[in-house]
Write a protein that binds this ligand. Structure first.
Ligand code: AHR
Length: 846
């Protein structure tokens, strides 16, 4: 939906609210004007629990006609929740609207929403009550403007007092003495079905406004769904519809006039990367560790995961005392409180299967590391080995273990020419720990790392090099939804990811698999430095993901946020991150930790993100502002990047998020926008950033991608978008395509930029190639140019000219989504004629 349209609607609404609407929207049935004030009757209801709130109006021929959805429930996780039961809608004394509904029978929550015009709704809140299973809701406004809310639960009736803005909700300790009539609704028959709801008389012009909005939305959706023309027939059909003609031929000729005298500064860090541990991007992915569950900390009821996962010859059950019994898992005197599980090796070998195999290169060195202690105090010997499918050792080394305390042991394995077998793809290769006798050795944190990693810092070299070729100017980490987590207990706390591996806290992630945190904040920062990119850590805004599953009390979504009493410590953790990254090890405990890990110099952190596409609820807002304010006050040098929800305009989170950011721009320097859309949306929104307020906080387009089945369509749409973003790179300062990585067979999301498996056969998508073109040909100055082409054809061509002051080079990027070759006559700078094949993109130096 175009912002200009919305502003126009608002203006029309305001200007004509008092006047009489004589001309109801044409092609739908006319509505009845009731009474002298030109009002009409509307009915607000929900057609089904998963269809949200709808509005119907009463026509001249006495029928109710549905206009469409006003808002949908955003409560709890996708799939099982997002339901709306028995909505109750009321108009407040000041003309604004309130809606309430029940969400399910398991949670002690109900939903509330607020709107000024029935079109735009503020993000919802889900107040937490004492009892589960609120079955019905109703509200009444008091003379002072506040509200009395009545709830029905299985146990009785409750009473809640709400402020006039519907922001605070206080439950009374006493049961409500209310008559059932309070919860009674009006009824209406719509399309032959009888519904309960609330009816109202509203000004006719207001109904006109609502209907116009829905009509515009429908038109917009039609245009967003338009497919890119793949061939001449599709192109001609499209042009005919647009009333444009194009003669036959295989080319389109256009002129591009470059105006070097008209240029302006743009961001020099426009193309970055978004890294999230999703689709096995970290463990089993970018992290070069070859063993799986080397810490014995796996757990996950759904997947049947436990401490023995990926191990053979290890059992969970307690020892039987039999000397031939397999190794078993123990938690008595673990290596640390965060890594309590370990294996008690007995007399039989144990094997790790890696990530469905252990890819090994002949002649290459692999470092083995483990923690061990001798339970009975007697010296022991373990052999660590790589074994083939017959169990034959391919490479082996001995480790002498001594002492009853945990100690760290290291060895090196190299499969040399002495091993004559084929290494293949490593699918059948296992890592073995072989005891000498009846060992009784406690073993934990077993690791097998290739010595050859990206810049020697533990990242898989081929993957890291592929990513570095994008020439990213920054890296956002550690997510995505993974950072705000699945419920309060699962919020990613950066402190749990740094320090010695044994003290890091492994955890399930929101994508439902295990993270060792071997790729923690230290490694992320080091990775950025190795690539010459700026670190952009993003921390939760004091709330978990709004789509979180219920906790043990049945509380879903943001679960009320981190309790306010714990927020000061959480805020301190955020401040400590800056200390850890930039502080002086001589004076700062956190900076000393960085130095102890091998990086005494500052990481030169310049920006921090707060929040990840959160629901902009009241719980969120309180915590978010508290963090942003504290961070900016303590570290004015740090750019604070806020969040505006998961979708673009006109989603309620976007609108509210931007409102908060603009009102608090002394604390918030930029906001993180997210959208995943059809290629047609990008084609249809080429002016998306043209009218952004240049004085407002900047934009970080932190997650975006075109979706749909055609990979080339997606990349072309993204490329055209990037041309438009580059033109607006005075306000959009950074972008990152998402997600970056996906391990074949483990997809949590689709599409992704880079697909990989255990081998070095990495699949680069068309989107990768597009990102690389923009990343490698970036500039810091935008040079205005004018493309001479009919409007209908222009939609499918993106051009952008930028100059890089460091190299003095001027780049022209052309994205041609037309199915014909584009012949471009360039004038004004580097005059020449260039050709860009149909459905491709190219860069030229001017
Ligand atoms: O990029 C994949 C996911 O998309 C991210 O985790 C989340 O922020 C968004 O919904």
């Amino acid at each position: 939906m175009k912002k200009t349209k919305y502003l126009l609607f608002s203006a029309v609404l305001l200007a004509s609210m008092q006047s009489v609407a004589q001309n109801p929207i044409n092609d739908n049935p006319a509505y009845s004007i009731v009474g002298k004030d030109s009002t009409c009757q509307v009915f607000i209801y929900s057609p089904a629990e998963n269809q949200g709130l709808h509005l119907a109006y009463f026509t001249d021929d006495e029928r109710w006609v549905d206009v469409g959805q006003l808002c949908a429930s955003d409560f709890g996780p996708w799939g099982s929740e997002k339901k709306m039961y028995r909505p109750f809608v009321m108009k407040a004394n000041d003309g604004t609207w309130r809606a309430l509904w029940s969400v399910n029978s398991r949670s002690p929550q109900f939903a509330v929403a607020y709107s000024e015009d029935l079109v735009t709704w503020r993000p919802q809140d889900y107040p937490i009550m004492k009892e589960k299973g609120i079955t019905d809701v109703a509200a009444y406004q008091m003379d002072d403007g506040t509200f009395d809310i009545y709830l029905k639960t299985a146990k009785g009736k409750r009473y809640v007092h709400a402020d006039r803005n519907f922001r605070t909700f206080e439950e009374d300790s006493l049961e409500a003495a209310a008559d059932d009539i309070l919860w009674q609704r009006d009824t209406a028959t719509i399309n032959g079905k009888r519904y309960e709801g609330n009816d109202f008389e509203i000004p006719a012009v207001h109904l006109d406004y609502i209907r116009s909005w829905h009509k515009a939305l429908a038109e917009e959706n039609r245009e967003n769904s338009r497919k890119l023309p793949h061939n001449e027939a599709e192109l001609q059909a499209y042009l005919k519809e647009k009333g444009t003609e194009l003669g036959s031929g295989s080319e389109v000729t256009a002129q591009l006039h470059v105006k070097p005298q008209k240029s302006y500064r743009i961001s020099d860090k426009l193309i970055g990367i978004f890294f999230e541990d999703i689709s096995r991007a970290a463990d089993g992915g970018l992290c070069a560790e070859l063993l799986q569950n080397g810490d014995f900390e796996y757990n996950g009821e759904k997947k049947g995961w436990n401490a023995t996962t990926a191990w053979m010859g290890v059992e969970l059950s307690p020892s039987t005392g039999d000397k031939n019994a397999p190794a078993r898992i123990s938690t008595e005197n673990g290596v640390s409180k965060n890594n309590s599980h370990f294996v008690m090796v007995g007399s039989t070998p144990i094997y790790n299967i890696g990530w469905e195999g252990i890819p090994i290169k002949r002649g290459a060195a692999y470092n083995v590391g483990l923690y061990a202690r001798c339970v009975d105090g007697k010296k022991k010997q373990l052999t660590v080995a790589l074994v083939d499918k017959e169990g034959l050792p391919m490479a082996q080394a001995k480790m002498k273990i001594q002492g009853t305390e945990w100690g760290e042991y290291k060895a090196q394995l190299i499969v040399t020419d002495k091993y004559k077998g084929d290494l293949g793809d490593g699918k059948d290769i296992r890592f073995a720990i072989i005891p000498k006798g009846e060992e009784k050795v406690a073993v934990d944190l077993v690791s097998l790392m290739p010595q050859d990693t990206y810049k020697g810092h533990g990242l898989r070299k081929d993957l890291a090099e592929t990513i570095a070729e994008l020439n990213p100017r920054f890296v956002r980490f550690p997510g995505g939804c993974m950072l705000h987590g699945q419920g309060l207990e699962n919020i990613y706390h950066w402190k749990e990811s740094v320090g010695p591996q044994k003290d890091r806290k492994p955890a399930r992630n929101i994508w439902n698999y295990h993270q060792t945190r071997k790729l923690g904040f230290f490694e992320y920062f080091q990775w950025c430095e190795d690539m010459g990119a700026e670190p952009l850590p993003v921390l939760a805004a004091g709330v978990p993901c709004q789509n979180s599953q219920p906790n043990t009390d049945g509380i879903c979504g943001q679960q009320g946020g981190i309790p306010m009493s714990e927020m000061p410590q959480y805020v301190q953790d955020v401040l400590d991150l800056v200390e850890w990254a930039n502080g002086d090890p001589a004076t700062s405990k956190w900076a000393k930790m960085r130095a102890d890990a091998g990086h005494p110099a500052s990481f030169n952190l310049k920006m921090v993100g707060i929040g990840n596409e959160d629901l902009i609820s009241t719980d969120f807002e309180k915590r978010y502002l508290m963090i942003c304010k504290a961070l900016k006050e303590k570290h004015p040098e740090i750019e604070v990047i806020g969040t505006v929800g998961p979708f673009h305009y006109p989603s309620s989170d976007y609108i509210e998020g931007w409102k908060i950011a603009k009102e608090n721009k002394q604390w918030i320097d930029a906001v993180d926008e997210h959208y995943y859309e059809k290629p047609g949306w990008f084609i249809n929104h080429q002016d998306y950033y043209d009218n952004y307020d240049r004085k407002a906080p900047k934009v970080y387009l932190g997650e975006y991608a075109a979706n749909g089945n055609n990979e080339l369509d997606r990349a072309l749409a993204e490329g055209i978008h990037l041309c438009n973003v580059e033109r607006n790179a005075d306000v959009v300062e950074m972008t990152s395509y998402a997600p970056l990585l996906c391990k074949n067979g483990y997809s949590n999301w689709n599409p992704d930029m880079i697909y990989f498996d255990n081998s070095e056969k990495i699949r680069l998508t068309e989107s990768y190639k597009m990102q690389k073109m923009f990343g490698q040909h970036a500039g810091d100055t935008y040079v205005v140019s004018e493309l001479n082409l009919s409007a209908a054809l222009k939609r499918y061509v993106g051009t952008s000219v930028v100059k890089d002051s460091k190299t003095g080079k001027t780049w022209l990027k052309v994205v041609n989504a037309l199915p014909r070759t584009l012949k471009l006559q360039i004038s004004g700078l580097g005059d020449k004629v260039v050709e860009v094949k149909g459905r491709s993109a190219q860069v030229f130096e001017l």
